[in-house]
Design a protein around this ligand. Structure first.
Ligand SMILES: Cc1cc2nc3c(=O)[nH]c(=O)nc-3n(C[C@H](O)[C@H](O)[C@H](O)COP(=O)(O)OP(=O)(O)OC[C@H]3O[C@@H](n4cnc5c(N)ncnc54)[C@H](O)[C@@H]3O)c2cc1C
Length: 333
């Protein structure tokens, strides 16, 4: 347990281990989870409430998602269309730092290619370094809502492996401004995303795994998978990853179904398949509450199966809800 009575940390005893050190030193699979920054205008207390429900299960680390700017169009009273660019969930790095020091826990902010120039990325990494955050999940990011093609920022990265290379370069003291001398190398442990059901843009799984290898060869220490609902897909993916010569740990990503609509939303949003038994069980439900129960049962079954397969860790996508994850972890680990 990390929290002191009354939620106060009397002395700061930093949890210095990086994700890869935690995986390598673990005697049993790690439990980890992911949170979204609050919507703009909402309080960090919501995040603390979500963490408080899970902290007693001793999570090894907590991830915080990152969100690019979004463009919205609305009609003004004079009939003209107004374009607005907003970041609806800002604050990933500050949130990660606040949680790190409140709970004395390793935190993993996500960092994106989309919406960031290389210099903005470098500045974000410098901030993280100054804040004592040495873990990062490096991602390309999706195309902006309503568009199909990912377009990098001017002077930004097109693919996650380029971002990994930039971070790995900083770990060797290499900054964008080559004239800098006597630089202090950073010490980032870099994670990347993997897709048991293939990334939706990849022509086939083999090509996608070749890209994954490129990310690992560029400096990533471990892989976290996209959510999946059929363990056999994860296990087949893991076999293919090993066949491709990728040796780093592969953490399994799970998302419990939490509403009736999830069986439509998740395949659309994340390009994944749902097994028929799960779909039928959710279709028999009449309320979100009932669907959540099905989701808890299914994710518990998946978790137990994965633990038997000796995965290095299970990473839960909470998408803002943590009470169901608490029940799954209590029943499985
Ligand atoms: C664990 C996890 C966490 C996530 N967190 C976030 C988040 O916080 N915020 C967010 O916006 N999104 C997040 N995502 C979603 C992610 O940004 C999208 O899935 C995105 O579309 C791809 O990101 P990537 O890092 O996998 O991209 P990449 O690894 O760059 O791959 C993207 C596509 O390009 C292809 N590709 C890559 N390199 C090459 C190459 N050299 N030649 C040819 N093809 C290539 C790949 O095969 C793939 O189809 C997350 C996903 C996962 C699995």
């Amino acid at each position: 347990m990390k929290k002191q009575p009354g939620g106060l940390l009397l002395t700061y005893d930093s949890d210095k281990m990086s994700v890869i050190e935690k995986i390598n030193n673990a005697k049993s699979p790690l439990f980890t989870f992911e949170l979204l920054p609050p919507l703009k205008g909402h309080s960090i207390e919501r995040i603390y409430t979500a963490i408080d429900r899970l902290i007693d299960f001793d999570p090894a680390y907590i991830n915080f998602t990152s969100h690019r700017n979004e463009t919205s169009y609305s009609e003004r009273s004079d009939g003209l269309i107004e374009k607005k660019v907003v970041r609806i969930r800002p604050g990933t790095i500050a949130l990660a730092a606040a949680v790190k020091y409140k709970y004395n826990i390793t935190v993993v902010p996500h960092i994106l290619c989309g919406g960031f120039s290389k210099e903005e990325t470098e500045n974000a990494l410098i901030e993280m370094n100054f804040l004592g955050i040495d873990d990062v999940l490096a991602l390309r990011g999706d195309p902006p809502k309503g568009t199909r093609r990912f377009v990098p920022e001017k002077d930004g990265h097109s693919n996650a492996f380029e971002l990994v290379k930039q971070i790995a370069g900083m770990n060797r003291g290499k900054y964008l401004e080559e004239s800098l001398v006597d630089t202090t190398p950073t010490n980032f442990c870099i994670g990347v995303a993997g897709y048991p059901e293939k990334h939706f843009e990849a022509p086939n799984l083999q090509a996608d795994i070749e890209n994954l290898k490129l990310k690992v060869d560029s400096g990533a220490c471990y892989i976290v998978t996209q959510m999946f609902f059929d363990n056999s897909k994860f296990l087949a993916f893991r076999d293919e990853v090993r066949k491709a010569g990728i040796t780093v740990p592969v953490i399994a990503g799970l998302k419990p179904i939490s509403a009736l609509y999830d069986i439509k939303l998740l395949p659309q949003a994340f390009h994944i398949d749902l097994p028929n038994d799960l779909v039928s069980a959710v279709q028999k439900c009449t309320t979100d509450k009932e669907a959540r129960e099905v989701g808890i049962e299914w994710a518990t079954m998946q978790s137990k199966g994965l633990l038997k397969e000796k995965v290095p860790g299970i990473h839960y996508y909470t998408l803002g809800r943590s009470d169901n994850v608490a029940r799954i972890v209590k029943a499985s680990f």
